[in-house]
Design a protein around this ligand. Sequence first.
Ligand code: ATP
Ligand code: MG
Length: 576
Amino acid sequence: MRTSRLLLATLKEDPSEAEIISHRLMLRAGLIRRLAAGLYSWLPLGQRVVNKVAAIVRQEMDRAGAQEIVMPAIQPSELWQESGRWNQFGPELLRLADRHQRDFCIGPTHEEVVTDIARREIRSYRQLPLNLYQIQTKFRDEVRPRFGVMRSREFVMKDAYSFDMDAAGLAKSYALMHDAYVRIFERIGLDFRVVDADPGAIGGSRSQEFHVLADSGEDAIAFSTSGDYAANLETVPSAPPETTLAAPGQAMEKVATPDAHTIDELCQQLNVASSRCVKTLLVRAAQGGCIALVVRGDDQLNEVKASRVPGIKLPLEFAGEEQVRQAAGAGTGSLGPVGLHLPCYVDAHAAVLADFVSGANEDGYHLRGVNWHRDVALPEAMDLRNVKEGEKTPDGNGEIAIARGIEVGHIFQLGAKYSVAMNATCPDETGRAIPFEMGCYGIGITRIPAAAIEQCHDERGIVWPTAIAPYQVVLLPMNLAKSTRVREAAQALYSELSDAGIEVLFDDRPVRPGVMFAEAELIGIPHRLVLGERGLDRNEIEYKRRRDGAEEKVPLDQVVKWLRSLINTELLRVNA
Ligand code: ATP
Ligand code: MG
């Protein structure tokens, strides 16, 4: 590609709409443009990256024996009624009516449609195992679309669905997908971890997520410092407290805390440790009203665990300031279990506190010396907290360390959840109708370029792994306009590189070398060649690697072969 012909839409200034580095760089390098909240256009350079990601995913899915299909983005409500999700799915599901007033949704995922295909088309157990996948546009009306294509409303997903007759078959199909995913992320060239996950709204039993490690990641992942344990923090069970409830030592008293709006301010004012306080949070109940959840002041509420509290409204929703005031007679900063007439659950670590501090359910006041049983009945204790670094892993093998991750893939063993609900069965050897054992497997195709940039960038711009770079090589001729020799040599080299199957961006614009260098670095092309008069005199070309700035002079007549083998080794790393 000649740069003069490319819609190169780089920006000099940092766009103000971007909060994280990948979003900023994707806008600055001209990969994407925002149309509306959570809706992005992919410009040529960006779309090339998306295509490369999709090609790797497609190859590995095919290699694992999955078959590509495409299902409609718009889905009829009847199928969602059958699975029960028409009513369960919250406002993330964008619903619409056609001209005949029939209800539809824009697919956020495709379990219903693919189960419908399976129940119509699969006639015999001999056709199994079967795995169908698609690379297709999804829509989820996210509460907070942000970070550009990282959490957008419209995005491209690869979703695959496996069908088996029994649990053993499902386990095999699942293992195949697990291994295909490992190959995909290794080939793309990212540092990733596979972690145990919560099956969430999709349902089912076993589930694992693939996370690209990056500080800006929205998820916390917990892993063992010395063992194999790795799980999304939201699913890690907390060990029970080591202490038991002690007898009261202090009398309960009400203290004025006019300036304490946070736990830290409260601790400072009363001179107590946050581990001696409790936080009380109100969430909405399914039947209306609120439920109170109590955790220790130094602990964080785990929302996945909280979603298992009986009677809670799903998805979990915190009560608004007004609802809190109505239910408790005070604002969120002054809540506590004493005198609170609401269903209440307490985290096991807060249930063993004696002489603790809590809100008084009166604005500007707290209670000191509170004791369970004596001052307030001890509510049912549950595991409601996030585990912390340094605690023992659930398998007892090492201590927990926590890193940030970006979820790029998710695999589930669904079991018969959808096949039973939608009566999708297949006759077994004896002719008995058996519901399919299903698995589903997603990859965020359009999230991957953003995740890759979060992991691979420097102060000058993007540093693409070669496997997904929009171009593999950038060829920068010096003084093209003035030097016939350079022009001819550069044109010849451009043709030779292209003929060797190397994807090269040839900067034939009449711009200053400084501009060429800066833009090539911003858009992150992994390999750079600079051709000038001086090099021609010596029959050599200057090579520079984007990743680490390593430089080399390469004989001009060998550079194509040399680059070809360099790129081949990069791309074939896990291909064998
Ligand atoms: P998240 O927790 O990030 O919302 P999810 O658990 O809802 O993800 P899945 O339903 O498992 O996601 O979808 C499969 C994959 O699709 C995810 O692993 C992620 O890579 C991608 N994905 C999900 N939501 C979005 C989004 N709003 N924008 C871009 N990619 C997304
Ligand atoms: Mg989601």
